[in-house]
Design a protein around this ligand. Structure first.
Ligand SMILES: [Zn+2]
Length: 426
């Protein structure tokens, strides 16, 4: 490999810089370059991108890599390979590992492991509270010094409002965003699916939308008070979208994400008691799904994130009530997002790439998310027309727990490059 690449004849799509044209893109020394700055005799390796989209690499800010502690579910090696196959050049790792990432040495271990075995960039997050128990703050300053990009207790949520206020004050001081799993657990406690028509019909304990909305409202108020940057994870309800929209209008520093499964599915999918559709927060009603799509389109919801949560098959193949929450998403996110937003004409490809790359890079302040000259060569080549069928057996992830098995989707990742290195090629 020469390390000199010429992506030729592709649709170069970089929403961050407004570039959208058919042309060539050059990579040398791990960066995007202007070929005029290199000798005329440079020996480029040509990569035919005709009919394809060349875009900045996707960034998933919500991924469970399961290491340390649960390598039977996923490892940094398998998870980052799955990410590369899904078009991601960077992922943000959630801290609900074993042990939880609430100490600087655990963050150090994850970064070291990612350097050795990861094929895409891995950005660790640190816990807000010790052990994610919501009782006492984790050493937030030391976690920042160890290299976390954000703070979160994802999987749970600090219930004590006074402790959350303090967490926000520290996060604001440290300049780190808080990624919040919005769930008031005295209200959601024991719920396994969205509380509504289907929970009643199926006789399953409901998880009401208001459990999410209570924390979204509380945290918006606390963010306003503290000046912290609040990011609401995996929004699932129409009411939450409305709350975030109002807060943004009032100038509060709040952003939000939604998952492809909340955009693509509703709680009607639970009719067969299949635990492949069991996740937290649960799938909502049709009205929720409509509101979430609308929120993505009008910018209330800034970005799409997978909440990739691999589990072993035997764990999911039990009684619905006992199965763990969570679905995998790295290898289906782009196509499912394209299916639900682009094929429905709610967004064009530029709008989709904005929400999968440009916006997450901006939110975290990390490299990538752009094809500007001089930027790291983190990019993805997408065939927007290729139709394929989701087959969990073909996943590189160790998790097979997808709600999209058998879905016919459009849009395939053909090549993923991280810092000038090809990490995936179909
Ligand atoms: Zn969560």
């Amino acid at each position: 490999m020469s390390g000199f690449y010429r992506f030729s004849g592709g649709r170069i799509l970089d929403p961050g810089s407004g570039r959208d044209e058919v042309g060539d893109l050059f990579v040398a020394g791990g960066r995007i370059v202007d070929p005029a700055s290199l000798p005329a005799e440079t020996n480029w390796e040509w990569i035919d991108a005709g009919g394809r989209i060349v875009a900045p690499g996707l960034i998933d800010i919500h991924v469970h890599l399961r290491e340390p502690g649960e390598p039977q579910k996923e490892t940094i090696a398998s998870g980052t390979r799955a990410a590369a196959a899904g078009g991601f050049t960077a992922v943000v790792a959630m801290p609900n590992t074993r042990p939880p990432a609430d100490q600087p040495n655990t963050i150090g271990w994850i970064r070291e492991r990612a350097r050795e075995q990861g094929v895409v960039r891995v950005y660790p997050t640190g816990c807000l509270s010790e052990g994610r128990r919501g009782e006492k703050l984790a050493p937030l300053g030391s976690l920042r010094a160890a290299g976390v990009v954000a703070l979160t207790d994802d999987g749970s949520c600090i219930q004590d409002a006074a402790l959350m206020r303090r967490a926000m004050e520290y996060a604001a001081m440290l300049g780190l965003p808080i990624l919040e799993h919005c769930e008031e657990s005295s209200v959601s406690g024991g719920g396994v699916i969205h509380e509504g028509y289907w929970s009643a019909v199926l006789g399953l304990r409901g998880w009401p939308s208001v459990a999410e909305e209570l924390i979204v409202s509380r945290d918006i108020l606390l963010a306003e008070l503290s000046g912290a940057r609040l990011h609401c994870q995996h929004l699932s309800s129409a009411g939450s979208v409305r709350l975030v929209r109002e807060a943004k209008r009032r100038g509060i520093s709040v952003t939000a994400e939604v998952t492809p499964h909340h955009l693509g599915l509703t709680d009607e999918a639970l009719a067969e008691y299949d635990a492949s559709f069991k996740m937290n927060p649960p799938l909502g009603s049709e009205a929720d799904r409509e509101a979430l799509r609308e929120g993505v389109v009008d910018g209330t919801i800034d970005l799409i994130a997978s909440d990739h949560a691999p589990h072993c098959s035997f764990e999911k193949e039990v009684e619905f009530d006992r199965a763990p929450f969570g679905v995998v998403g790295l290898e289906t996110m782009l196509a499912v997002a394209a299916e639900t937003l682009v094929r429905t004409k709610l967004l064009d490809w530029s709008g989709l790439i904005t929400r999968l790359s440009t916006n997450p890079a901006r939110l975290l302040g990390v490299p990538g998310g752009t094809l500007r000259t001089g930027a790291p060569a983190d990019l993805v080549v997408i065939d927007p027309n290729l139709r394929w069928t989701v087959n969990p057996q073909a996943f590189l992830s160790r998790g097979r727990n997808t709600p999209f098995a058998g879905w016919e989707v459009q849009g395939k990742v053909m090549l993923t490059m991280v810092e000038g290195k090809i990490v995936w090629r179909l």
